[in-house]
Design a protein around this ligand. Structure first.
Ligand SMILES: Cc1cc2nc3c(=O)[nH]c(=O)nc-3n(C[C@H](O)[C@H](O)[C@H](O)COP(=O)(O)O)c2cc1C
Length: 362
C-alpha cells in the first residue's frame, strides 16, 4: 500500500500529464478556446495555438442564415471594476463560406498541431446541416460541434436554441449529421431548458460522442433607468441576449453535473471560466475539457501558460491525474432527501443568514 503510494507520488511528481483524449481525439491539454469572436479568423486561431491552448472551437460557421449582427452587440454588468456578467447579441459568423474556405486553408498551411473543432449551424432543415458538416470535414476539421444553443436571433428562424429546446429535434439533427461524417460529433447545449439531461440523452441516443455545456443564458444585462432603455441600446430598442461570464458559472456547473450523472457522454464544460480554479471546478463536476470565451475577449490568449502551470502545481500537490478529477465532486451531489438524513446542525434561519452575511461582507 505504502510502496504503491510512494510509486504513484513519484510518477505524478516527475511528470504531470495534461494531455487528454476527448471524444476519440487527443488534445495536448484540456483548455480550449470556445466558439466566439476570439476564434473567428486565422490570426486569432494561430495566436491561440502559439500561446499554448489545447484546441480551438471555431466561431460558428453557416450558410443560408449568415448575416450581419446588430450593433452595438455587447453589454457588461459590473460591480466596481469587476465583470459580473456579459451580454452579447452576436450571431454566428458574419463571413460567408467562401471566406471560411480561405481561412481553413490558411489554418491548414500553418500546420496548427492542435485539434480544430468546427462549430456549425444550418437553417431549419437537415440537409444544410449535413452539407455544412461534410464541408468542414473535407477541409480538415478534427471534430464538429453542432450549435443547438444560440439563444438570440437564430431561434426566431427555428434554429440554434430552438433545436436545443426540443429533444426530438436534437435527436433527428444529430443522427443525420453523425451518419453523414466520419469525424466525432459534439452537441452544444443551451441551458434554457427545463431539464438539460433529457436533451443530452437525446444527443447520446443519436450517436454524439460528447456534449458542450453551456451556451449563453438568455437574459437582459440591464436597463438605463434615465432613458427607460433596455441594454444594449440598439437604436432605442433591445432584445433578449446571451449572458456569459462569472454569473453563469453556477448554471454551467450544475448543467455539467446533471449530464455527467445521467449519461455516458464526455463533456466539454464552458461558462464563466475566468481562472484555472474555475476549470478545476468544471473537471470535478464531470467535464473532460473546458472552454473559455468571454475571458479571452478581455484578456487575450497568453495567460494560458500561467493557468497550465497553476493546474500542474495543483495536480502535484493533490496527486491527481486529470482523469482522477473528472466528476469527483459530482459524485457528492445527492437528492435533497439524502441531505436531510446527513444534516448535522439545525440552526435558526437568522443564524444561517448571519453566517452567509459574514462570509460575504466579512
Ligand atoms: C460574443 C460572444 C459570441 C459567441 N458566439 C458563439 C458562437 O458563434 N457559437 C457558439 O456555439 N457559442 C457562441 N458563444 C457562446 C460561448 O461559446 C460560450 O458558450 C458562452 O459564452 C459561455 O462561456 P464564457 O462565459 O466563457 O463566455 C458566444 C459567446 C460570446 C460572449
Amino acid at each position: 500500500m505504502m510502496i504503491s503510494y510512494i510509486f504513484r507520488s513519484t510518477i505524478l511528481y516527475s511528470m504531470i500529464d495534461l494531455t487528454i483524449d476527448f471524444a476519440d481525439v487527443k488534445f495536448p491539454n484540456p483548455f480550449l478556446v470556445g466558439s466566439g469572436p476570439t476564434s473567428g479568423n486565422p490570426q486569432k486561431i494561430i495566436s491561440a495555438y502559439r500561446s499554448g491552448w489545447g484546441g480551438v472551437v471555431l466561431k460558428t460557421i453557416g450558410d443560408s442564415i449568415v448575416r450581419k449582427s446588430v450593433r452595438p452587440m455587447y453589454g457588461a454588468m459590473r460591480k466596481n471594476k469587476e465583470l459580473l456578467a456579459f451580454e452579447n447579441l452576436e450571431l454566428i459568423t458574419e463571413d460567408p463560406l467562401e471566406v471560411w474556405d480561405k481561412y481553413l486553408k490558411i489554418i491548414k498551411e500553418e500546420e496548427i498541431k492542435i485539434p480544430i473543432i468546427a462549430s456549425i449551424m444550418g437553417g431549419s432543415d437537415h440537409t444544410e446541416w449535413i452539407k455544412l458538416a461534410k464541408w468542414v470535414e473535407d477541409r480538415g476539421a478534427s471534430m464538429i460541434e453542432l450549435n443547438f444553443g444560440c439563444p438570440h436571433g437564430e431561434p426566431e428562424r427555428k434554429t440554434g436554441a430552438f433545436i436545443g429546446q426540443h429533444a426530438d429535434l436534437v435527436y433527428e439533427y444529430t443522427k443525420e449529421v453523425v451518419s453523414s461524417v466520419g469525424i466525432p460529433v459534439i452537441v452544444k447545449l443551451t441551458p434554457n431548458v427545463t431539464d438539460i439531461s433529457e436533451i443530452a440523452k437525446a444527443a447520446e441516443n443519436a450517436g454524439a460522442k460528447a456534449v458542450t455545456a453551456i451556451n449563453t443564458v438568455n437574459g437582459i444585462i440591464g436597463v438605463d433607468i434615465e432613458k427607460a432603455q433596455p441594454l444594449p441600446d440598439v437604436n432605442g430598442y433591445s432584445t433578449y441576449g446571451g449572458i456569459s461570464g462569472p454569473a453563469v458559472k453556477p448554471i454551467g456547473l450544475a448543467s455539467v453535473s446533471k449530464i455527467y450523472k445521467s449519461t455516458k457522454l464526455q463533456i466539454s464544460g464552458v461558462g464563466g471560466i475566468f481562472d484555472w480554479t474555475d476549470a478545476v471546478e468544471y473537471f470535478m463536476m464531470g467535464a473532460k475539457t473546458v472552454q473559455s470565451v468571454t475571458y479571452t475577449m478581455i484578456r487575450g490568449f497568453e495567460f494560458i501558460s500561467e493557468w497550465k502551470k497553476e493546474l500542474e502545481e495543483f495536480m502535484k500537490r493533490k496527486q491527481y491525474t486529470l482523469e482522477d478529477m473528472i466528476g469527483i465532486a459530482s459524485n457528492k451531489i445527492k437528492t435533497y432527501e439524502f441531505l436531510e438524513k446527513v444534516t448535522k446542525r439545525r440552526t435558526s434561519v437568522d443564524e444561517e443568514i448571519n453566517n452567509v452575511r459574514g462570509e460575504i461582507y466579512g
